[in-house]
Design a binder for this molecule. Structure first.
Ligand code: ADP
Ligand code: MG
Length: 600
C-alpha cells in the first residue's frame, strides 16, 4: 500500500506517491501540482483551500489564513502578530489560535489539517484509491512541539503519519544524494515564500545527519514582492494619479502584479505590468526590468549571507569542505539568488531539480522506501540509542553505541566475578544512562559455563543488528564453544522519537550523578580485588616486611575501607592508589618468592 509524501509548506503545499515504481507528484483537478497553503473561512459554508482561498483576500483579508505553518506549536508571545493579517488569540496554555469571528477559533494544526485533507482528496482522485498513510516534511529546526503539532494535523486529516522527515534531508534524497557512497557534506539553501532555511548535512553510507541549521522564519519571496509593490506604488504616485493612499484592495493588486512580474523576470529581462482601470478610467503601466528587480531584491537576499556563514561555522566546516550546494524553494529560481549562492559558496549550485518540488519529491521517495515500493534504494538507518549489557556492579556496558549505522556487529569478552560460578545472566539493555537499572531491558539470557576460579571464564557476547533492526545476541563459552542465542525483534531501532529524546535528555540531566556513580562503582570493584589480595599476600610473606611498611599497608587498607563506607568516589580512588603504592614492596617480595618457588 503506497504511502503519500507531503511537503506542507508555508506558502505552497504538494503531494505525491510512488506510482508503478516511479515517485511522482500528483496534480489536483485544475492540473496544479502545488496549491497555495491558504484557507478561506466564509461566514457560511465550508472552508475553501488553495487558489480559490487566495482570491478572497481582497474581499475578506481577516478570513483568509496564510502562512499557518509559522504558528505550529507556538505560543502567542512567540509570533510576530503584525505579519499575520488575520486575528490571533491564545488557548489556556498560551498556544496560538486563529480567531474566526462568529466561527470561534481554530488551532494551527486544525487549519493545517484542512490543507492536508485537500491534498489527500486530490491525491486519492488522481490515484483512484483511498490512501491514509503519509510522510510529512518539516524544517530541520522544528522542535518537538512543532513536530508533534504537524503529526496531529495529519491525524486530524485522517492520515497516519508514518514519519516526519526534515526538509533538507528530503531535498537531498530527491537530488539522489543518498547514493553517494562515501562521505558527502552538503548545504541545502532553501528560500521559499516566507521563510529561509540553511542546513548543513553530512551523508555517510546513505545515512543523513543534520550538522547544523540556521534561518529566518520571516524572510523570503514575500519580502521581495513587498519591495516591488512599494516601488510600483512610488511609480504610481509620480504618475499623477489621484489616490494618496493604497487601500487594502489596491495593495493586494499591487502585490499580485509584483509577484507575477518577479516570476516572469526569472526568464525574461523586462516585464510590462499593466493595471487597466485602476482608478475609474485610468490605466497604470510600468515596465520592470531585471536590473531594477535585482536592485530591489539584493538587500533581502543579502540577509541570508550571515545565516549561511553561521551554519557553516556551527557545522565546523570551511567553504571548501562542502561537496554540494543544493537550491531549494521557489525563490531560488531567481537568477539573482542563483548567482548570489554561487558567489557565497564559491561553487556552482546544483540546479538539477525543480527547486519548488524537491522537498515533496523527497517525501515521496521516503514514503516509497518505507512502504517497500522503491526497493532499489537502500536507505540505512542508525541505532537511536546505545545497546549493551549489564556488567559488574550494575554498570551499563555499551556494545553498540548510539547512532551506529545498521546493519552492525560488535562484541566483547566477559568473565566471572565470583569463583565457581556456573552461569552468568546476560541482560540486554538499551539506553544512555551509566547504571544498568536506569536503562530499558530488552531481554535476558542465562549463559552456563564451566565453573572455575574468579576470572577464569571466557564468555564472548556478540550483538548483531540486521537491516530490519532485529537484534540478535549471541553468547559463547569459548572454552566449550557452546552458543546461546537470544533474538530481540525490532527493539533495536523501533523506538519512538519521543522516548529517544526523553532518554537522551535524561542522560544529560543525570550525566554528573551517573558519572560519579560509575566512577565509584569502578573504584569499588578495584578495592574488592585489592583488599583480599593484600590480605593473602600479608599472610604469605608479611613477616618479611619491616614494621613501617606493614604499618603503612595497614593504614592504607583502613583508608580504603573508610572510603568504601563513605561511598565517596574521589576518596576511594585516592585510597586505592595509596594502597597500590604502599604494597609495592609487598608485591616485589611476592614476585621474588614466586620466582624462587618456580626454580626450586
Ligand atoms: P514555501 O516552501 O515557503 O512553501 P515555495 O518553495 O513554494 O515556498 O516558494 C514560494 C516562493 O517562490 C514565492 O515567493 C514565489 O513567488 C516564489 N517563486 C515561485 N516561482 C518563482 C520563479 N519562477 N521566480 C521567482 N520566484 C518564484
Ligand atoms: Mg518549502
Amino acid at each position: 500500500m503506497a504511502i503519500l509524501g507531503i511537503d506542507l509548506g508555508t506558502t505552497n503545499s504538494l503531494i505525491g506517491a510512488v506510482d508503478s515504481g516511479f515517485p511522482i507528484l500528483l496534480a489536483n483537478a485544475e492540473g496544479h501540482r502545488s496549491i497555495p497553503s491558504a484557507i478561506h473561512f466564509p461566514d457560511s459554508g465550508d472552508p475553501v483551500v488553495g487558489e480559490a482561498a487566495l482570491r478572497q483576500r481582497a474581499l475578506s483579508a481577516d478570513r483568509v489564513v496564510t502562512s499557518v505553518k509559522r504558528l505550529m506549536g507556538k505560543r502567542l508571545a512567540e509570533v510576530e502578530r503584525d505579519r499575520h493579517p488575520y486575528p490571533l488569540t491564545a488557548d489556556n496554555e498560551g498556544y496560538v489560535r486563529v480567531a474566526l469571528g462568529n466561527k470561534g477559533s481554530l488551532s494551527p494544526e486544525e487549519i493545517s489539517a484542512l490543507i492536508l485533507k485537500e491534498l489527500k482528496a486530490s491525491a486519492e482522485a488522481a490515484m483512484g484509491t483511498t490512501m491514509d498513510r503519509a510522510v510529512i516534511t518539516v524544517p530541520a529546526y522544528f522542535n518537538d512541539a512543532q513536530r508533534q503539532a504537524t503529526k496531529r494535523a495529519g491525524g486530524l486529516a485522517g492520515l497516519t503519519v508514518e514519519r516526519i522527515v526534515n526538509e533538507p534531508t528530503a531535498a537531498a534524497l530527491a537530488f539522489g544524494l543518498h547514493r553517494s557512497k562515501d562521505h558527502a557534506r552538503i548545504a541545502v539553501y532553501d528560500l521559499g515564500g516566507g521563510t529561509f532555511d540553511i542546513s548543513i548535512l553530512e551523508i555517510h553510507d546513505g545515512v543523513f545527519h543534520v550538522l547544523s541549521t540556521n534561518g529566518d522564519t520571516y524572510l523570503g519571496g514575500d519580502d521581495i514582492d513587498h519591495a516591488i509593490s512599494e516601488h510600483l506604488w512610488q511609480a504610481y504616485q509620480s504618475n499623477k494619479f489621484t489616490l494618496a493612499e493604497q487601500d487594502a484592495t489596491l495593495q493586494i493588486k499591487f502585490r499580485a502584479e509584483a509577484e507575477a512580474a518577479k516570476i516572469a523576470l526569472s526568464e525574461a529581462s523586462s516585464q510590462l505590468i499593466r493595471m487597466p482601470f485602476v482608478e475609474a478610467d485610468k490605466h497604470f503601466e510600468y515596465t520592470l526590468t531585471r536590473e531594477t528587480l535585482d536592485q530591489l531584491a539584493r538587500p533581502i537576499v543579502e540577509r541570508t549571507k550571515a545565516l549561511c556563514l553561521r551554519a557553516l561555522h556551527d557545522a565546523k566546516l570551511k567553504l571548501d569542505q562542502l561537496d554540494e550546494v543544493l537550491l531549494v524553494g521557489g525563490s531560488t529560481r531567481m537568477p539573482l539568488v542563483r548567482q548570489f549562492v554561487t558567489d557565497l559558496f564559491q561553487q556552482e549550485a546544483n540546479t538539477s531539480q525543480h527547486p519548488d518540488e524537491t522537498v515533496a519529491m523527497g517525501a515521496v521517495i521516503q514514503g516509497g522506501i518505507l512502504s517497500g515500493t522503491l526497493r532499489n534504494i537502500v536507505l540505512l538507518d542508525v541505532t537511536p540509542l546505545s545497546l549493551g549489557i549489564e556488567s559488574f556492579g550494575g554498570l551499563m556496558n555499551v556494545i553498540i553505541p548510539r547512532n551506529t549505522t545498521i546493519p552492525a556487529k560488535a562484541g566483547e569478552m566477559f568473565t566471572n566475578a565470583v569463583p565457581d560460578q556456573t552461569s552468568m545472566l546476560v541482560r540486554v539493555l538499551q539506553g544512555e544512562r551509566e547504571m544498568a537499572r536506569d536503562n530499558w531491558e530488552l531481554g535476558q539470557v542465562e549463559v552456563p559455563f564451566t565453573p572455575g576460579p574468579k576470572g577464569s571464564a571466557r564468555i564472548g557476547v556478540q550483538f548483531q543488528i540486521d537491516e530490519n533492526g532485529i537484534l540478535e545476541v549471541l553468547t559463547r563459552d569459548t572454552k566449550t564453544n557452546t552458543d546461546t542465542v537470544l533474538e530481540v525483534k525490532n527493539a533495536a531501532i523501533d523506538v519512538d522519537d519521543k522516548r529517544v529524546e526523553a532518554m537522551i535528555s535524561e542522560s544529560v540531566d543525570h550525566a554528573f550523578d551517573d558519572m560519579s556513580e560509575r566512577v565509584f562503582t569502578e573504584a569499588k570493584l578495584k578495592s574488592e580485588e585489592l583488599l583480599p589480595a593484600v590480605d593473602q599476600a600479608l599472610a604469605l610473606i608479611g613477616d618479611q616486611l619491616d614494621n613501617t611498611d606493614r604499618q603503612e599497608i595497614q593504614d592504607a587498607t583502613e583508608a580504603v575501607k573508610q572510603a568504601l563506607a563513605n561511598r565517596n568516589a574521589t576518596e576511594l580512588k585516592q585510597a586505592n592508589a595509596e594502597l597500590d603504592d604502599a604494597t609495592q614492596q609487598l608485591a616485589a617480595l611476592l614476585m621474588q618468592k614466586a620466582l624462587a618457588d618456580a626454580s626450586a
